[in-house]
Design a protein around this ligand. Sequence first.
Ligand SMILES: NC(=O)c1ccc[n+]([C@@H]2O[C@H](COP(=O)([O-])OP(=O)(O)OC[C@H]3O[C@@H](n4cnc5c(N)ncnc54)[C@H](OP(=O)(O)O)[C@@H]3O)[C@@H](O)[C@H]2O)c1
Length: 353
Amino acid sequence: MAGVSVDEAMRRAVELAARGLGTTSPNPVVGCVLLDADGHVVGEGFHAYAGGPHAEIVALAQAGERARGGTAVVTLEPCDHTGRTGPCSLALVQAGVARVVIAVPDPNPVAAGGAATLRAAGLQVDLGVRRAEAEAGNVAWLTSMRRGWPYVIWKYAATLDGRSAAADGTSMWITSEAARMDVHALRGTVDAVVAGVGTVLADDPRLTSRNLRDGSLAIRQPLRVVVDSAGRTPADARVRDGAARTWIATAAEVGAGPDGRVDLPALLAALHGRGIRAVLLEGGPHLAGAFLAAGLVDKIVAYVAPRLLGAGPTALVDAGVTTIAEAIDVDVVDVTQVGPDLRITALPRKREA
Ligand SMILES: NC(=O)c1ccc[n+]([C@@H]2O[C@H](COP(=O)([O-])OP(=O)(O)OC[C@H]3O[C@@H](n4cnc5c(N)ncnc54)[C@H](OP(=O)(O)O)[C@@H]3O)[C@@H](O)[C@H]2O)c1
């Protein structure tokens, strides 16, 4: 039987890596495929959770002696340091692997150096195979490691005429159950969910990741963050219910911006310090406006319902735009129908300072 190409093996490794999405932080997602000397797949692995075995170790354990003389195809440069687990570079050398093919170099100064160690031990190392795909799968982690603050996804729900609530303030529910289930799945892929105190006061949301059919909580819950300059979150607010960790981020604790409110870059830096790599910004319109005005949103996920309100608050307020030439342009990267609603995924274009 013919073996698989390195390129094909990397496609599979990227697929495997994605299985760890949402459970590996503060670590990246990583996938690994081991080929024997004839190019047959003898091991597969992915990193499932921080503290658990790395993808290479899982694949090596499967392959056993068959790894000798073979090729390890891995989405991220193997780590070179001893953290909760030993260095993967050493494990690959000891297993007798002859060649390591890597999609993306490790931007983390603590763990980088794996490729150099492998080369020094006489292994052939190739970098950059299917790099764009592997980068896309790890975008939150890579972005946050490179710049020192988390990847921010702004999610909102609106009517076709862009309203996020009715004139009387009611907003539950603008979108369908299918869309809300999709949001709960999205929460399961991030490390923190962020809302403004305005949303907490208006809606008293739980901000947990739940199964909407039976109300059961997902095993892993993102940190709930309320951006609340003066600490107005009520003592009996649902976000304080103990179902998940909660941080009421006040200006006194985080630092205040020029307007006396929570300084958003400082907030993101503090979250990064807590190991948060991906953040879901869930509103409301004022906080989202402040994030966008500061250029702090990396991705937008909009759920647009086929309904009209004609009055009521809009999905976004005060994003620093006063004239059409200043509009924040976005690139739509995906449009998917979720139940009766549309989920639009878009990337704000980086703007000149
Ligand atoms: N459709 C949707 O997707 C969606 C999602 C969420 C909410 N909503 C709706 O939105 C409404 C609430 O939204 P909202 O706009 O009033 O409140 P919000 O955006 O949730 O919170 C705004 C508050 O955040 C606080 N904040 C702290 N630091 C800030 C900063 N740097 N910049 C801006 N704000 C900062 C401010 O209060 P302090 O100055 O006291 O800190 C501010 O008043 C509700 O009606 C809710 O139903 C809709």
